[in-house]
Each structure stands twice: as structure tokens, then as C-alpha cells.
Ligand binder design. Structure first.
Ligand code: PRP
Ligand code: URA
Length: 200
């Protein structure tokens, strides 16, 4: 299912309505997948006729969407993690240098036990993702408590993040091999934020 949905996103003929619909569906699948990696604890449940063993997520969840493109993923994640606090990071790549500049940061209070999920559908050079992790670490978040959720990552970017932060878990739908001269993912899907928000 993930690859079918991703193929629609990659297609340059996919219009904005379809792009939004499909990225939101993909986000639901990714949110479900993240659940597999979060710590659980056992609980006892009374069914209408007997007792049963069950599980629940052990820790509180913090979502950190990187603006803008990750806004597309937030509603799906909140559907599963209804009580998650949401912190925002505004990072924008300079069109010439492709270096991401921080323009907004608003993190909630993050406890040691919280599981922190960074959302960004695209990892290209890895510069934005790496900055996001650095800022979380400056807020005393441990690497091993961070899960990074992406849709397409380019190998150079994911390699950079893994090299700098080896304990961060990275989940993605596809890994593309390279970047072009403008540091866009090849083949990629173009500019996610522009396609989702119609700012092409
Ligand atoms: C895009 C994308 C990532 C970043 C990835 O955002 O959504 O945040 O680039 O590139 P990197 O790995 O090389 O840092 P962009 O800066 O275009 O901002 P936008 O979402 O507001 O369009
Ligand atoms: N950001 C995007 O949205 N797409 C790319 O290919 C690279 C960065």
C-alpha cells in the first residue's frame, strides 16, 4: 500500500487535491507503524464477559513537525496519539545554498520519559533533520527517545543523520539514491511543501 500511495505522490500529474488526500493516507499508515517501535506496558481489561490482557503505550508522546511540509502528517498522528503535545520547528532551506535556517521554535516541556516523534516528509541533505535533533538534544532529549518519520529520504541525508545521531530511529517509505545540483531528491517528488500547499 505504501509504495502504491508513494507512486501517486511522485507523479507530477497528481493534482493538489489528490496529493493532499494521498499524503494524509500515507501518514495514517506511518503513524500506525511508529506504534510498533514505542514502549508498551501490559494492562488488564474487563471485557463484557471476562478478563483479558492488553497493552497500552507506556510513555507520553511529543510530536515535532518541521514546518511546513510536516503539517500534512500531523492530523493522522493526532488520530492515534490523541494526547500528544505538539512542538513546532520552522526551518526553511535557502534556495541557493540549501542550508536550512531556523525561523520558529516552540517546544512544549519535554520529560525524560517522553517519546519524541520528529515529522518531516522529506530528508534531502539531512540538514533540517539534523538541526531538529540538535535542538531537541539542547533541550535534554536523549537520542534514543527520538523517532524520525519521513516519506522520502535521500541516501546522503539519511547517512548524515545516522552518522551524527546513531541512536535516532528513522522510519521512511522510500530511500532515493541521490540529490541534484539544487539538493533536490532524485527522483523524489519535487518540493513537498509547495505541492501540498499550492505554492508552486
Ligand atoms: C523541505 C522539506 C524538509 C527539508 C529537507 O523543506 O520539507 O524540511 O526541505 O531538506 P534537507 O534535508 O536538505 O534539509 P523546505 O526548507 O523547502 O521548507 P517548506 O517545507 O516550508 O517548503
Ligand atoms: N525538500 C523537498 O520538498 N523536496 C526535495 O527534493 C528536497 C527538499
Amino acid at each position: 500500500m505504501k509504495k502504491v500511495l508513494l507512486s501517486i505522490l511522485r507523479d507530477k500529474n497528481t493534482d493538489i487535491k489528490k496529493f493532499r488526500e494521498v499524503s494524509e493516507k500515507l501518514a495514517l499508515i506511518l503513524a500506525g507503524e511508529v506504534g510498533e517501535f514505542l514502549e508498551k506496558e501490559e494492562i488488564k481489561i474487563d471485557t463484557p464477559i471476562d478478563k483479558a490482557n492488553g497493552i497500552k503505550f507506556k510513555n507520553d508522546i511529543i510530536l515535532i513537525p518541521i514546518l511546513r511540509a510536516a503539517l500534512s502528517l500531523v492530523p493522522a498522528f493526532l488520530m492515534f496519539f490523541e494526547k500528544a503535545k505538539v512542538g513546532f520547528l520552522g526551518l526553511k532551506r535557502d534556495e541557493k545554498t540549501a542550508i536550512a535556517k531556523l525561523y520558529y521554535k516552540n517546544f512544549p516541556k519535554i520529560k525524560d520519559t517522553d517519546d519524541v516523534i520528529i515529522l518531516d516528509p522529506m530528508i534531502a541533505t539531512g540538514g533540517s533533520g539534523s538541526q531538529a535533533i540538535k535542538l531537541l538534544k539542547e533541550d535534554s532529549v536523549k537520542e534514543e527517545k527520538i523517532i524520525f518519520v519521513s516519506v522520502i529520504c535521500a541516501k546522503p541525508g539519511v547517512d548524515k543523520i545516522k552518522r551524527e545521531y546513531p541512536k535516532v530511529k528513522i522510519i521512511y517509505v522510500a530511500q532515493d539514491k541521490k540529490l541534484n545540483d539544487q539538493q533536490f531528491i532524485i527522483p523524489g517528488l519535487g518540493d513537498f511543501g509547495d505541492r501540498y500547499f499550492g505554492t508552486l
